[in-house]
Design a protein. Structure first.
Length: 144
């Protein structure tokens, strides 16, 4: 599975920890930036990540900013993206299983690295259920 990960300055350090953790698990990681804690604009990285997902160059994405809220809002502006802000394991599992989310958003100022790694593991390890009710609901997304 190919993963793409991005952050703004507020999520930079957590992003590095997530990359290390996920590489240890054997995932191929594409880091689309940012590359420091210098102030930057999160929509740039949300857009770059969503392009990787929609092009098929990555299977799933992870975005990290200070709260995860801005990244989630920016990513969800893009057709084909189902970004979920998750700060607990249950939400990460449910959003993959029920919503087939393809982008996980987290806030570095909200959760620590240990929990973030566990949430990321749950997100990438949980398959979509393919239940008829979830497929039906997802098809409704394109009509909104």
């Amino acid at each position: 599975m190919k993963l793409v990960i991005g952050s703004d300055h507020g999520g930079y350090e957590l992003k590095l920890e997530l990359i290390e953790h996920l590489k240890e698990r054997g995932f191929e990681i594409n880091d689309i930036g940012c590359n420091s804690t210098a102030s930057c604009d999160y929509p740039i990285y949300a857009k770059a990540l969503t392009e990787e997902i929609n092009s098929g160059r990555a299977d799933l994405g992870i975005l990290v900013c200070g709260t995860g809220i801005g990244m989630s809002m920016a990513a969800n502006k893009v057709d084909g993206i189902r970004a979920a802000l998750c700060h607990d394991v249950f939400s990460a599992e449910a959003t993959r299983s029920h919503n087939n989310a393809n982008v996980l958003c987290m806030g570095a100022r909200v959760i620590g690295a240990g929990l973030a790694c566990l949430i990321a593991d749950t997100f990438v390890d949980t398959p979509f259920s393919n239940d008829e009710r979830h497929i039906r609901r997802l098809s409704m997304f394109s009509k909104i």
